[in-house]
Ligand binder design. Structure first.
Ligand SMILES: [Zn+2]
Length: 209
């Protein structure tokens, strides 16, 4: 039933409004939960790595979501038919409790990102994104184009480019051939907004990491 699959970068896993057929537990991949607007603009709502699962609405009997799931960082994930997981959740109380904890953390992360997007600067948000994605991917090297990062953070590519350049000049990251590498993690932590630590602490409090 459960199998390991290789997810390619930008591979769509679930389209908005469609029934969720499979759920994914990322191993090395990072899955992005994104909102795409009518005019084509969009933003990432939440990144999902080995701490969580993609496809929560299927298990909660909602069966679909108006948002899209896409592999943001290529890698492996465990894939399971949504119905199998749904049946298992109905049968196993400890598993239900675990999933509810994850749902809580997931909602907390999205709620924090709303305030973050309104009040924190691009450089703070990019630093937070670098730390979170590095944690999710268990790697300091993050394959990411500036265009895609602009989409994820909901800002224009030139603003991403300027911020990445400033980070590079300060010796915080290296950006080469589409790969962002954190070379000074403490420096990036100093640039990040409080949102990174708030979400990190919440996942830790709920014993998800
Ligand atoms: Zn923030």
């Amino acid at each position: 039933m459960m199998r390991t699959v290789q997810l390619a970068r930008n591979q769509p896993l679930h389209l908005a409004g469609q029934p969720i057929k499979s759920v994914y537990f990322p191993l090395t991949a990072v899955i992005s939960f994104v909102c795409i607007l009518e005019d084509g603009h969009g933003a990432e709502l939440c990144a999902i790595g080995s701490e969580g699962m993609a496809g929560l609405p299927a298990v909660l009997e909602a069966r679909s979501t108006p948002f899209q799931m896409t592999a943001q960082i290529a890698g492996t994930a465990r894939q399971l038919p949504a119905k199998v997981l749904s049946d298992e959740v109905a049968r196993c109380v400890p598993f239900q409790a675990r999933l509810l904890s994850y749902q809580q953390a997931f909602l907390d992360q999205i709620a924090q990102s709303v305030a973050c997007g309104r009040h924190h600067s691009i450089s703070q948000r990019m630093a937070t994104w670098l730390l979170t994605t590095s944690d999710r991917a268990s790697s300091a090297c993050i394959p990411m184009t500036q265009e895609m990062l602009g989409f994820i953070l909901g800002v224009t590519r030139p603003r991403i480019s300027l911020t990445a350049e400033a980070f590079q000049k300060a010796g915080l990251i290296r950006y080469f051939r589409g790969i962002m590498t954190i070379v000074d993690r403490a420096g990036i932590e100093a640039e990040a907004c409080e949102c990174y630590q708030v979400i990190h602490d919440e996942y830790a409090r709920l014993q998800l990491i």
